[in-house]
Design a protein around this ligand. Structure first.
Ligand code: C5P
Length: 237
């Protein structure tokens, strides 16, 4: 697999074309950003930890029958993935109130959400990723109504698999963000990443934060805690 020119540089990952027109390379960098890119730091080993973590989780999801973009690990910090036409929305599921939900609705952090809350956000840095609903997505043509339903259903399927996985390892999956794309056959496939950068995880007993909130809130030991999450899941880094 030959790496070719850069396709896209995000806040923490760079995507490259390859010599295979159906495959891309995701490079997980050490860059860590929060608050719309206002706070950016390089965290030693984070690229490697997230690359391997993402591969581990996506493999678990594939084993559960959920189609993902991930093909294989290429190096410590790179993975080969299927090329998708990405849908420009973020799908968020919340099992427990935290983050922007708490700020927006004034509810107490830690409140269990039953049923879980589903939210869509538009990926648009200039507009600070505003919340949108099914109608905005269909009207503006970001996805079809069928694709919207499929993204919701898949996001909840992921919830069932990952809630159980983290629970068995002593953690609460508080919330997370997923992104989907359309493959060459028109199927909706889970893309982007699932790492502690894009979810909230709390220790079941102590409620210790084990995700990017450690970086956002300056709690320290960011990568060390990501490694602890991985090790609890049985992934040796
Ligand atoms: O900030 P908020 O509470 O809306 O985030 C919900 C979840 O989605 C969190 O786990 C957060 O890490 C994730 N998220 C993300 N990327 C964004 C926005 C939110 O990974 N751009």
């Amino acid at each position: 697999m030959q790496k070719r020119e850069e396709l896209y540089r995000g806040k923490a990952k760079t995507v490259y074309f390859t010599d295979d027109s159906e495959k891309l390379i995701l490079h997980f960098r050490n860059d860590t950003s929060a608050f719309d890119g206002e706070k950016i730091e390089q965290l030693e080993r984070k690229g490697e930890v997230n690359n391997k973590f993402n591969h581990f989780i996506m493999t678990k999801l594939e084993e559960a029958g959920i189609a993902t973009q991930v093909e294989s690990l290429l190096s410590d910090t790179e993975s080969v993935v299927k090329k998708l036409d990405m849908i420009p929305v973020e799908c968020v599921v919340r099992n427990v109130a935290a983050g922007s939900l708490v700020r927006r609705l004034g509810v107490e952090e830690g409140m269990a959400l039953e049923p879980p809350v589903f939210e869509f956000f538009l990926k648009n840095d200039a507009l600070h990723d505003p919340m949108v609903n099914d109608y905005h997505i269909a009207s503006f043509g970001w996805a079809t109504a069928d694709q919207v339903e499929k993204m919701k259903a898949l996001t909840f399927e992921v919830n069932a698999v990952l809630k159980a996985l983290f629970d068995a390892a002593g953690m609460i999956l508080v919330d997370y963000k997923l992104e989907f794309g359309v493959d060459a056959n028109g199927n909706i496939v889970l893309g982007d990443e699932f790492t502690p950068d894009g979810c909230r995880l709390w220790d079941k007993e102590t409620r210790k934060k084990m995700d990017k909130d450690r970086f956002r809130q300056g709690l320290g030991s960011v990568v060390e805690t990501y490694i602890e999450v991985a090790e609890r899941l049985g992934l040796k880094l």
